[in-house]
Ligand binder design. Structure first.
Ligand code: FAD
Length: 531
């Protein structure tokens, strides 16, 4: 097999944000790197988050100042690198009499958060009395309302695209990244690490070799350790979190306290609202994580209590999604377990390195730390450059300047409306240019896919040619906005399959197979609504 003779510096297992970030970091240092992902890139927990790039205000309650400081530093770096994906969002914390944290504590918390923030261009926090608070959201429950605090964090509409940006950037720096390839056996030999892997779409087996292995398998970390016979003590304490997506409830993002003293968000998500999350111990199948009825009832009841006038009905829920946090074991209660990351070195000469814990927000620093450890084993001196090296869609200028100067120029050059260019820039950054070129070359690809989204068929072709999409779910749910709409692309899946099938060489049976797989994946997210 072609790869049998290659000895990579690193093999990374896991193509979520952590693994993709590690592959990028390593490749940019000049290391040879292979990444194996058993599903699609970003198909694990990286696509199941609350979609915030945040410092984690609530970690201040656990006195985790260093985690908040790290997260706020990373928040600033990420926004400077991908301002088209990451946008500041004002979040209101309504404060009620009897809340576990009263006005004084919340005010102190947001003040401290503000002081730790590195981004001087976002507005400062402020507090409001009861009447002022109702100005932000008049439908808030008024009983015992004492006031509120408003602070800023950032929203990322599609974290999946941040993963893809890292995948593209890693590939351009020389890394090889394979999706749908599962690492099944790991051997730590005298000559290095040997990974036996299976291509789950082609059904073939391959053997890969490296000097060091990075286990970035998120919630599956312990399973990968088992595949390498490193199964002493478990590292992961799995907790499940679910989200509900509904038609827009409020334009104001809310961070509210539940009756059991947990905090959860009700935030605008484009034309919709996102409610979440929960935090419960999980012992089920990691490959089949879904919301169950009690999770849904809990979030619905708490949201109704906060916004009583809206009569939020279970029938209004468009879909749900759920994920398992890859938190490192610490023996505390679910919400108290630290989100700090840990690098654990195991095996012969510490050549098998696991990266656990952390958050989407801190992935870049996690990637740097784990690749630093790998470099120490290999004896490589190169340092991480990801704090200053632009991501794949980098604009090379301020976002606002790009919108003012580059967008009209691109619109004129590609003969499209500035709105269309701006929309594509919002997902692809400077790479929007490539989609515009595809769109211009073929009138069929210029067509808008659905009235619910401005996505065009050119994005389907682009996702296959340049972003490693191999199935319809990859294209619709993890590369394009249409997968986040109410219909989620159900009505257009046949047309999308026609275009994707031409790119991927599918025959009619294969096309129908992928259509059915896509529908099956969607059904999982709504099945629990009828139970
Ligand atoms: C409900 C919830 C809400 C959250 N909200 C936020 C938030 O708002 N902001 C934030 O910063 N963080 C948030 N997080 C945390 C964040 O989502 C995770 O920390 C982060 O996405 C973890 O990424 P990962 O790459 O480590 O894991 P994953 O994305 O799960 O990637 C691991 C990958 O490894 C692959 N894999 C597993 N086994 C193998 C194998 N044998 N061979 C090949 N590949 C394999 C899997 O398929 C998977 O794709 C949230 C988490 C949850 C659960």
């Amino acid at each position: 097999m072609a790869d049998n003779d290659t000895i990579y510096d690193l093999i990374v297992i896991g193509g979520g944000i952590t693994g993709a970030g590690a592959a990028r970091d390593a490749a940019l240092r000049g290391l040879s790197c292979l990444l194996l992902e058993k599903g699609d890139f970003a198909s694990g927990v990286s696509s199941k988050s609350t979609r915030l790039i945040h410092g984690g205000l609530r970690y201040l309650a656990n006195f985790e100042m260093d985690l908040v400081a790290e997260s706020l530093r990373e928040r600033a770096i990420l926004r400077s690198q991908a301002p088209y994906l990451i946008h500041p969002m004002p979040i209101l914390i309504p404060i009620y009499k009897g809340d576990p944290h009263g006005r004084a504590v919340i005010s102190l918390g947001v003040r401290l958060y503000d002081l730790l923030s590195h981004e001087k261009d976002i507005p400062h926090y402020f507090t409001s009395n009861r009447e002022q608070t109702l100005g932000f959201e008049p439908r808030l429950n008024q009983e015992n309302l004492a006031g509120s605090a408003l602070f800023y964090d950032h929203q990322i509409l599609m974290p999946e695209r941040l993963v893809i940006e890292n995948v593209i950037s890693a590939r351009e720096a020389g890394a090889k990244l394979l999706n749908y390839v599962k690492a099944e056996k790991i051997e730590d030999t005298n000559g290095g690490v040997v990974v036996t892997a299976r291509d789950l779409l082609a059904g073939t087996r391959q053997v890969f070799r490296s000097k060091v292995l990075i286990n970035a398998a998120g919630p599956w970390i312990d399973k990968v350790r088992q595949a390498g016979n490193i199964d002493h003590q478990k590292i992961i304490y799995p907790t499940k979190g679910i989200h509900l997506v509904l038609p827009k409830l409020s334009d104001q993002a809310l961070f509210v306290t539940s009756r059991d003293e947990r905090m959860f968000f009700i935030i605008p998500l484009g034309a919709y609202s996102l409610i979440g999350t929960t935090d419960t111990k999980y012992g089920g199948d990691l490959d089949d994580v879904h919301a169950d009825s009690s999770d849904i009832e809990y979030l619905l009841a708490e949201s109704k209590r906060i916004l009583p006038g809206l009569n939020i009905a279970r029938e209004a829920i468009l879909y749900t999604y759920a994920g398992v946090r890859p938190l490192a074991f610490s023996g505390e209660s679910e919400s108290k377990i630290s989100r700090k990351h840990r690098v654990i070195m195991e095996g012969r000469s510490h050549r098998i390195i696991t990266i656990a814990g952390g958050k989407l927000t801190t992935y870049r620093n996690m990637a740097k730390d784990v690749v630093d450890s790998a470099c120490r084993i290999i004896g490589e001196k190169a340092r991480s450059v990801t704090d200053r090296k632009p991501l794949a869609g980098c604009l090379y200028m301020d976002y606002e300047v790009y919108l003012r100067d580059a967008v009209p120029e691109l619109a004129t050059r590609h003969k499209v409306s500035p709105d269309t260019v701006r929309y594509l820039v919002g997902f692809y950054g400077s790479r929007a240019d490539r989609i515009l070129a595809l769109r211009e070359a073929d009138p069929v690809l210029a067509g808008t896919i659905s009235s619910e989204s401005r996505d065009v068929y050119a994005q389907v072709v682009y996702s296959v040619r340049e972003e490693g999409a191999r199935t319809l779910s990859d294209i619709i749910l993890r590369r394009m906005h249409i997968g986040m709409t109410a219909s989620r692309g159900r009505g257009q899946v046949e047309q999308i399959a026609g275009i994707a099938g031409r790119e991927l060489g599918w025959n009619e049976d294969e096309k129908q197979h992928y259509v059915a797989e896509f529908k099956k994946e969607l059904a999982k997210e709504t099945a629990c609504l009828n139970c």
